[in-house]
Write a protein of this length. Structure first.
Length: 531
């Protein structure tokens, strides 16, 4: 398993390099690809037994990770897949489940977390292969499919009991599960008297069920079970002559006990019966755990959706209620500032500046809501990038001058045209410039450079600011994230600018990345499709 071959695809060089190094240190063979198309091409040249696992970023410029998974699975149907993402949603999670994704790794993550996810995924596949091997020996395929396709925690015990009783031709069957208090209770039963079902509520170390849970091995009993005081759950039944009890274990965690019994006139249980029930108990344990995890994930997604709806409603109401009084405040402050002089004028300028800062925050909140609700519509056209950059730079020139920053541009002579939405490009550049000026000290420089690279138009916003720690390169694009402690922020803002810039870039098939060195500055690169 440690020599498994992994295909890693991520369009970000820094993340790809970190992942490759971590996986090779973990003794995996790694083949890397920069794009989804490249990954598909690499996979086509590998035989199914030469590729064990795919690690893919969820969002990439050319095609997303689920599309890559779908295409590669045409030639590698049993391929194990681990998805890396910083944009997990309920829709993407459900689609990933449909595509057979084994693990999600949420960005940002530590290299060890990726290795652990891969170990789990490969281990799961190994268990699945063992399960398939057992299914070829026993007629459990249809029964297993029924169990594994049922996410209902209430229905699974009934299915297990029915299958056990029918296949064993048993007179009775029951499934006992541990509850939250550590007690064993009968969750489903057939052929048992109602009073037995109601009265059976015991400690996990009592009776035959407790014995089975303690030793974690199947137990076969033959003869007069009424003489065996351990078999409390069956000794109430007259005429029981043979019985089997098996533990339900999932990843070393005891879940409960499966019991079947036959009356005196029936033939005793055989080793084949024990083997059959052992496989069934194992499948039942997996099905129960999967159903529990599915229910928890559904509950979590439901709570997340509710919180997301409340957040959107709050942003909508707050922005609407704040905009009208803010507009009045700005209007009166601007008019009064024009008519005032001396200290009063200075005070009014501070009022107007603070009001503009509040307006910027409200605009960011509105942009965020539009992205989440799909209201952020884009209109693609041919955009003359040099003219757009010049306009945005002119808008920020006063701010740069006030902060003592040298604002420069390096624009080539030839006409460079991108296929984009001009207003979106302006918004992204405004956020990048505002950020660069904000984090560049007095006397520093902010430069916008335009160049073309492999058919794409690239805008670099380079500053001589404080720089960004390597471990926070991706975190800065998270919503409401700031490098500084929230109680010691010196630069203002609520940490939405870069998140909005990246998400807006993705709306127009663009990418936004960063390179930085502490104390030397940062370069934010916006890559757009060429016209």
């Amino acid at each position: 398993m440690s020599k498994a071959t992994i295909l890693l695809v991520d369009d970000e060089e820094a993340i790809r390099r970190i992942c490759v190094d971590a996986l090779r240190q973990a003794n995996y063979d790694v083949v890397e690809a920069r794009t989804g198309f490249e990954a598909i091409e690499v996979a086509r040249h590998l035989s199914p037994d030469a590729l064990d696992l795919l690690v893919t970023d969820l969002r990439m410029p050319d095609m997303d990770g689920l599309q890559v998974t779908h295409e590669i699975r045409r030639d590698h149907p049993d391929l194990v897949v681990v998805v890396m993402t910083g944009y997990g949603t309920l829709e993407s999670a459900l689609q990933a489940l449909k595509e057979g994704v084994s693990e999600f790794v949420l960005k940002p993550f530590r290299p060890g977390e990726l290795v652990d996810a891969i170990v789990r995924a490969l281990h799961t596949r190994q268990l699945e292969h063992e399960n398939v091997r057992l299914q070829t020996l026993l007629p459990l395929f249809d029964l297993s499919r029924l169990l594994m396709s049922t996410p209902d925690l209430q229905a699974i015990p009934r299915h297990v009991v029915r299958i056990a009783r029918e296949e064993m031709r048993a007179d009775s069957a029951s499934l006992m599960l541990l509850d939250a208090q550590g007690k064993l209770t009968i969750r489903a039963a057939e052929g048992l008297a109602p009073e037995v079902i109601v009265e059976t509520h015991q400690r996990a170390d009592e009776g035959i069920a407790g014995h089975v849970l303690t030793h974690r091995e199947p137990l076969v009993l033959q003869g007069d079970l009424n003489d065996d005081p351990r078999f409390a759950s069956v000794s109430h039944q007259s005429g029981v002559h043979s019985a089997i009890s098996l533990p339900l274990i999932h990843q070393d965690r005891a879940l409960g006990v499966l019991n079947v019994s036959r009356r005196e006139e029936a033939s005793p249980f055989t080793e084949g019966d024990v083997e059959f029930l052992s496989v069934l108990a194992g499948q039942a344990a997996v099905a129960l755990e999967n159903a529990r995890l599915f229910q928890e994930s559904q509950d979590a997604y439901r709570r997340l959706a509710e919180l997301d709806h409340l957040k959107s409603e709050f942003i909508s109401i707050a922005s609407h209620e704040l905009r009208t009084p803010l507009a009045v405040l700005l209007a009166y402050a601007t008019l009064s500032e024009a008519e005032a002089s001396g200290p009063i004028r200075d005070h009014l300028e501070q009022v107007r500046t603070s009001a503009m800062q509040l307006k910027a925050i409200i605009d960011e909140m509105v942009s965020l809501r539009r992205i989440d609700t799909g209201e952020a519509q884009v209109r693609l056209s041919d955009v003359a990038i040099a003219a757009t950059v010049s306009d945005v730079v002119q808008e920020f020139a006063p701010m740069a001058h006030q902060e003592g920053i040298d604002l420069r541009t390096e624009i080539p002579d030839e006409l460079i045209v991108a296929r984009a939405d001009e207003q979106v490009v302006r918004l992204i550049l405004s956020n990048l410039l505002s950020n660069a000026i904000k984090f560049t000290p007095l006397g520093g420089t902010v430069t916008i450079l335009i160049h073309q690279e492999r058919g794409r138009v690239v805008l670099d916003v380079e500053d001589t600011g404080i720089g960004i720690p390597e471990e926070e390169m991706e975190q800065i694009f998270g919503r409401f994230y700031q490098i500084e402690d929230s109680l010691r922020r010196e630069h203002g803002g609520i940490g939405l600018g870069l998140a909005i810039a990246r998400e807006m870039a993705e709306l127009i098939d663009g990418t936004l990345s960063v390179r930085s060195r502490i104390g030397r500055g940062s370069i934010f690169s916006l890559s757009l499709p060429g016209a």
